[in-house]
Design a protein around this ligand. Structure first.
Ligand code: PAF
Length: 281
């Protein structure tokens, strides 16, 4: 595997591989088994795979979160290679934002999918995410790009702007990878203390139960029951539980209001913010 630390390295690494179908797995590093499932899928479907490893400053609305975000570049290289990556692209901020460190004023049309869920709670997050993902598309020029359904709203937004901006990139959805106890794999899990980690599967337990509520209780009561169950654990505090149309993220008030309905939540486990989602219908 080649590690490319800037755009020139990336170009020559791409040239040397001369792949017909190039796959991209965008990440912010701190690679874990969830990323490995994306990389393995990309390796099976493409001639070569680029894993980008870049903690993108423009998508953090909270500077503390940016500062404490886990950074493990050395071990990421070993991990990405063993999962089947051909290039680890770990650029500097100046490569991705040459106009000034971490500043990009471009405003994207996100189709209104950013109006709910994470959108209002993390102002600017999805626009910053769109800035870096389009810059990765522009520099890596992949044929296929792989994203996990854990960040379901992000995935829906990426599908929207990829189509809207006519990027010739196929977006490949990958199911949520979970630990044996149900916790959705996330780089942020490494920030949990032992006690917090033991509490975290309570999120999966509560949102899984919601599948049984469909059609048996109102949408509002189902959301309230999930919130109550999560908040019943002294480590956990829900920021939101929303049951929404999975295509638009707009909250629904009845089970027949949309074809695909999912529950979305953000939960503080101590001071670590975790998100998860579950298909209900
Ligand atoms: O999902 C992530 O890790 C990030 O939002 C992404 C897509 C790599 C953009 O920085």
């Amino acid at each position: 595997m080649i590690t490319a630390r800037n755009l020139a390295d990336l170009e020559s690494a791409k040239k040397s591989l001369n792949a017909k179908i190039l796959g991209l797995v965008p990440t912010m590093g701190a690679l874990h088994e969830g990323h490995a499932t994306l990389i393995r899928k990309a390796a099976a479907e493409c001639d070569a795979v680029v894993v980008s490893d870049f903690v993108n400053p423009t998508q953090f609305n909270n500077q503390d979160d940016f500062r404490t975000y886990p950074r493990t570049l050395e071990s990421d290289g070993v991990f990405a290679a063993s999962a089947g990556a051909d290039i680890l692209f770990a650029p500097g901020v100046e490569d991705m934002y040459p106009e000034g460190s971490g500043i990009d004023r471009k405003v994207f049309d996100l189709g209104g999918i950013d109006r709910y869920g994470e959108g209002p709670r993390r102002p600017g997050h999805f626009n910053g995410m769109a800035q870096i993902v389009t810059r990765l598309f522009d520099t890596v020029k992949p044929d296929k790009a792989y994203f996990g359904e854990k960040d379901y709203q992000q995935l829906a937004i990426i599908e929207y702007f990829t189509k809207n901006l006519r990027y010739p990139v196929e977006i490949v959805r990958c199911p949520i990878a979970r630990a044996a106890d149900g916790l959705a794999l996330s780089s942020r899990n490494s920030l949990l203390t032992a006690g917090q980690r033991a509490a975290a599967p309570g999120i999966f337990k509560a949102i899984s139960r919601a599948v049984e509520y469909v059609g048996k209780m109102s949408v509002d009561d189902a959301a309230a029951a999930v919130r109550e169950e999560i908040d019943g654990n002294s480590f956990l505090r829900t920021e939101y539980v929303e049951i929404a149309d999975e295509a638009t993220m707009r909250p629904v008030s009845s089970w027949d209001e949309a074809q695909g309905i999912r529950l979305f939540c953000a939960v503080y486990d101590g001071n670590v913010r975790l998100i998860d989602n579950m298909k209900l219908k």
